[in-house]
Design a protein around this ligand. Structure first.
Ligand code: PMT
Length: 393
């Protein structure tokens, strides 16, 4: 069912970021209703947000409603979530004191929906004890505060006070609206490729982008899990709320996995760990006119198989299998050899799926079932896989 988001925009320089927030939410099929304070309309025209959300932008408590609704009551009732961003010091003060002197502040008092507040202002204003007291008071009353980011501020100073970037705000909204069925679970996820150095400037690696592992980490964190993500080199930003450790080689990945694995309820190994690593060379390999070059490769540890050998009774161990042939046969053998509770097999020679793609098509195996999942984007697939893992528990 589509969710109704009310974006309450108050007057600060960061109002321009809300155009992108509204656009991203609309594209993700949220129904977005924007309410702007009078000050906010001085920074961006309501028309811009109206065009993006396809809904009228409300600014005034007293203009007649377009339907026979009491405007502040109908918007307050319809909201599944209200985000106040950017939230000025003035508006935060009004919310904390229960003042209702315009449409937005009235809606805050009238709504039963969760309210998130993203302050954005000069760093001294943000650190002012009065503003901090007001924020703490709102937190006590059940509001969720999204901490401002640090960096260059519009006043020319550096510090904490920037409105987080639009993708981050959208992630906060999505997280808040997701059910917490993994609350209390500790999950370890590995993602991405490993890089095995040949010499100081070259390495052996593979085409894993990290997208599948990051999608699982994001979904698990949104569903309330405490997620440790151990990631090989990728260009992806860390998902919201996830503890990320970045590594380069298979040996480094093994070391980091071993630090946290025994403490985790669920381990999902998505990383494409190189099975072999070249013998380390201190200096750059030189071209000396020879026709060929011999490189000795040594076996990397099988991180997942070692976890299987050390797994406790109540820990769930999930692996992936990347196969170019005999998918079922190879996946089942890996599940048995590595003592897994589930293996997710993907064919890697199907175009538009698997390595470095936004989509994947997998077959799930457990010791007593097999299920083929149709091709879908990795974010949607992550939730399907977590549903299956949840039912294993
Ligand atoms: O990162 P993306 O671009 O989104 O692509 C996703 C993916 C294709 C990498 C992913 O869906 C996937 O298939 N991951 C597993 C890749 C792999 O290495 O498969 P494998 O069949 O070689 O290994 C089987 C399992 O053992 C895997 O869970 C792997 O993490 C683990 N393994 C493998 C080798 C090794 N030395 N140690 C391990 O722990």
């Amino acid at each position: 069912m589509e969710k109704n988001i009310v974006l309450g925009i108050t007057g600060g320089i960061a109002v321009y970021k809300m155009v992108e927030v509204a656009s991203r939410l609309t594209k993700e099929n949220f129904e977005v209703y924007v309410i702007m304070t009078e000050a906010a309309t001085k920074f961006v025209s309501p028309l811009t947000l109206q065009a993006i959300t396809h809904n009228p932008v409300e600014t005034d408590l007293f203009t007649p409603p377009q339907t026979y609704d009491v405007k502040h009551i109908s918007l307050a009732d319809r909201a599944d979530l209200v985000l106040i961003a950017p939230a000025t010091a003035n508006f935060i003060g009004k919310m904390a004191r229960g003042i209702a002197d315009d449409l937005l502040s009235t809606i805050i008092l009238a709504t039963g929906a969760p309210v998130m507040v993203a302050p954005a202002m000069n760093k001294n204003m943000y650190n002012n004890p009065i503003v901090q007291d007001n924020l703490n008071y709102l937190k006590e009353k059940g509001f969720t505060i999204i901490n401002p980011a640090s960096g260059y501020l519009a006043c020319g100073e550096q510090g904490q006070g920037r409105l987080p970037e639009p993708p981050v705000l959208v992630e906060h909204i999505e997280k808040q609206l997701t059910s917490d069925d993994f609350e209390g679970k500790k999950i370890l996820i590995t993602a991405g490729p490993t890089r095995e150095p040949l010499d100081p400037v070259r390495f052996i690696s593979n085409y894993s982008s990290g997208k599948m592992g990051y999608a699982l980490a994001r979904a698990a964190s949104f569903r309330g899990a405490n997620v440790n993500l151990i990631s090989g080199p990728t260009d992806l930003p860390p998902p919201l709320g996830v503890n990320i450790v970045r590594v380069e080689t298979g040996l480094e990945m093994e070391k980091e996995v071993n630090k946290v694995a025994s403490d985790c309820d669920i381990i999902i190994m998505v990383a494409a760990v190189a099975d072999f690593r070249p013998e380390a060379r201190k200096n750059k390999i030189k071209k000396t006119g020879q026709e060929s070059l011999q490189i000795t490769l040594n076996s990397n540890p099988d991180i997942l198989a070692k976890r299987g050998a050390n797994k406790s009774e109540d820990q769930l161990l999930v692996g992936f299998a990347a196969e170019s042939q005999q998918l079922e046969d190879n996946a089942l053998k890996k599940m048995e050899r590595k003592k897994l509770d589930m293996i997710i097999a993907n064919k890697i020679n199907v175009s538009g799926t698997g390595f470095n793609s936004d989509h994947n098509q997998v077959t799930i195996y457990t010791p007593n079932m097999k299920e083929q999942i149709p091709k879908m984007n990795k974010r949607a697939l992550a939730d399907v896989l977590l549903d299956k893992i949840y039912n294993l528990d």
